[in-house]
Design a binder for this molecule. Structure first.
Ligand code: PMP
Ligand code: GLN
Length: 381
């Protein structure tokens, strides 16, 4: 039987491929973005507590109320944005599900969605499964800036959604106040929805402010903002996240959410609610990862890799053009198999072929791991 594929050009993700290659060659895995250390002990204790307290049955569809209430307080404090925890916050199975569900709920066949490339790899397949069309805006290194006048020229009656991501994976850049103001003006008087991927909201460095859509009341009225506990609490494998949106958008989101996952595992939600009572757990994260970025750069100093500016996330992009002429996918494989350090090539996050010589390292790693990788990289010229 021959069945038509809904994602005919879809391949195994680069993260899966590079992690498998790293494992096969026993390489230091600075590819796929995840910490090589555990979540805080206090959080693990709370999870154990709620396992023992029999929190094993279905949580409410939108999430455990105590957690949603905590998140509403956090959003009010962090972004001066007053949301109703009942109707404007939903707990999701990671940010990936929130993104997928938002697109499934709001993008209709024939709709266009503007994405900024290089872009996180889950957006395009979700758009295509919904019958939408991805319209890429190309950002070029080393700055990966957006020219909003060019974006405005891409807007058509079919444009249903614009997806932004700040801090940005894979480049480590962040949007600034100016960007959000331009975006806000651009969509005024349109029916365009903003899907704002803010999973690295707390990983912002050098005194910058995270520019959430939640900070801009007019923009928030047409936005779904997506977050992930995985990044904030070093637990990417738990796959728990949440999204915040005005009620009319959240109603549409939940119509799909209830048929998609219905609800998210319960004991982790109770544990997160308690753990979030101490805001320092997330407020100190920027400092924590800034120190890791600086340590990693120190460890690899003297190498032929030229680091680009990282303003947020736990990723460091490096230019290897003085080291090799190979394309970045080839180079990343070679670095993994021949030198024992895995990374991620940047070109895979573009829809068009690229000649850039850029790779991404994840520095959410212990100092010993960063030092070992830095030593190897430091000798490559
Ligand atoms: N968006 C971006 C930009 C990401 O980097 C990631 C994960 N690394 C996600 C979404 C997905 O997050 P989660 O693991 O919570 O699904
Ligand atoms: N977001 C992670 C990264 O950028 C990977 C997530 C995944 O493996 N799907 O590396």
């Amino acid at each position: 039987m021959i069945i038509p594929s809904k994602l005919s050009v879809s391949q195994t993700t680069i993260f899966t491929e590079m992690s498998a290659l790293a494992a096969k060659h026993n390489a230091l895995n600075l590819g796929q973005g995840f910490p090589d250390y555990d979540p805080p002990a206090e959080l693990l204790d709370l999870v154990k507590k709620y396992i023992d307290n029999h929190k094993h049955q279905y949580a409410p569809m939108a999430g455990v109320p105590a957690l949603r209430e905590m998140l509403a307080q956090k959003v009010a404090k962090s972004y001066d944005c007053c949301v109703n925890s009942e109707s404007e916050i939903t707990i999701t199975a990671g940010a990936t599900q929130a993104i997928y569900t938002a697109i499934a709920a709001l993008v209709h066949p024939g709709d266009e969605v503007i994405v900024f490339e290089p872009s996180y790899d889950s957006y395009r397949p979700a758009i295509e499964i919904a019958g939408g069309k991805t319209v890429p805006y190309t950002m070029d290194g080393p700055e990966f800036k957006i020219n909003w006048y060019l974006v405005s020229a891409m807007i058509r009656p079919e444009t249903r959604m614009i997806i932004i991501n700040t801090p940005h994976n894979p480049t480590g850049t962040i949007l600034k106040e100016d960007d959000l103001i331009h975006l806000s003006r651009l969509v005024r008087d349109t029916d365009i929805i903003i899907l704002s991927d803010e999973v690295y909201e707390h990983l912002v460095f050098d005194g910058h402010r995270h520019e959430s859509v939640l900070l801009y009341p007019e923009l928030f009225q047409r936005s779904i903002a997506v977050f992930s506990f995985g990044k904030t609490y070093h637990c990417t494998g738990w796959k728990v996240g949440y999204c915040v949106a005005p009620e009319y958008l959240m109603n549409e989101f939940r119509k799909v959410h209830q048929w998609n996952v219905f609800s998210v595992n319960s004991f982790i939600q109770y544990a997160m609610a308690d753990f979030m009572a101490t805001p320092d757990h997330y407020l100190l994260l920027g400092q924590y990862y800034q120190a890791k970025r600086d340590y990693f750069l120190d460890c690899m100093s003297g190498s032929g890799f030229k680091p680009l500016k990282t303003e947020g996330t736990f990723f460091q992009v490096c230019d290897y053009s003085t080291i090799s002429d190979r394309d970045d996918v080839d180079f990343a494989r070679q670095l993994t198999t021949n030198h024992g350090v895995a990374c991620i090539p940047i070109s895979v996050f573009y829809s068009a072929k690229r000649q850039d010589k850029l790779i991404r390292f994840c520095f959410a790693k212990t100092e010993s791991m960063l030092m070992a990788a830095g030593k190897i990289l430091g000798k490559i010229h």
